[in-house]
Ligand binder design. Structure first.
Ligand SMILES: [Zn+2]
Length: 250
């Protein structure tokens, strides 16, 4: 038995460590050139990246060197906002108040022009079932609103309507798989874009639809986006600046 055997097991891909109060996830990425740190704002953790499993210990050491930086990055992340009855969300620009109902989950439109109500039954004490039902409803509404926009832009490009889905992806707002022989094109959006101003949802749909005809982000691609929806610059800036806040809601 060696006296010098390390007490902690060797770090492995996917491990999570606590370093100075910050959760650090270890990740092996063979395409990385060196060890590095990045912030996963959605998961509220720092990712320590190493090019190989052998270099993970080096990545951990690097995280220890950058403790102050990591703490500051975490402090800058907006708080998580848990959905709760009484909250008002703005869905594609229309305010809607969350509420509890004994009936089925649904959206109630106020005939007097007040904000809509998004309601679901409260089946348990901690509100988990209520939140899950509200989230399902929000995703369904997101799918409807994003499908409508997609249809408009796909038609403007004389492309067949792609398959549209919504997901809870936090790393990207949308993705497009162009049509291949025998396969319909498919676009997936992050449902949370419905919480942004409607112009942002318009831009995102124009962006993904432009991929139906250009699979890259070349100047030609951006020309197509601009033809569909005008100058994308302010919308891209909005997403960079405020996008992370939307990920805190759920
Ligand atoms: Zn793109």
């Amino acid at each position: 038995m060696s006296l010098f055997r390390s007490r902690s097991p060797r770090p492995a891909d996917g491990d999570r460590l606590q370093i100075a109060g910050v959760t650090v996830r270890l990740s092996v990425n063979p395409r990385a050139r060196r060890v590095s740190l990045r912030v996963d704002r959605a998961r509220f953790e720092v990712v320590a990246v190493a090019p190989s499993p052998r270099k993970l210990a080096e990545a951990v050491a690097f995280a220890h060197q950058r403790e102050a930086w990591m703490a500051q990055q975490m402090a800058d992340i907006p708080e998580q906002i848990l959905l709760a009855p009484g909250q008002t969300l703005t869905l594609f620009g229309r305010p809607a108040v969350l509420g509890v109902t004994p009936g089925r989950p649904r959206r109630l439109v106020d005939p007097t022009g007040g904000p809509d109500r998004i309601v679901a039954p409260a089946k348990d004490d901690d509100g988990e079932a209520w939140r899950a039902a509200i989230l399902r409803l929000l995703k369904r509404e997101a799918l409807a609103g994003l499908s409508r926009r997609t249809q408009t832009y796909a038609a403007a490009l004389k492309q067949p309507m792609p398959k549209v889905g919504v997901a809870d992806t936090r790393s990207r707002w949308g993705s497009c798989r162009p049509a291949r022989r025998g396969h319909q094109a498919a676009i997936r959006y992050s449902w949370r874009v419905m919480l942004a101003p409607p112009a942002i949802a318009d831009y995102l749909c124009a962006h993904e639809c432009a991929h139906l005809v250009r699979a890259d982000h070349s100047p030609k691609f951006w020309e197509v986006v601009a033809t569909l929806n005008g100058d994308p610059t302010p919308h891209r800036a909005w997403l960079r600046q405020h996008g992370a806040n939307l990920h805190g809601i759920g």
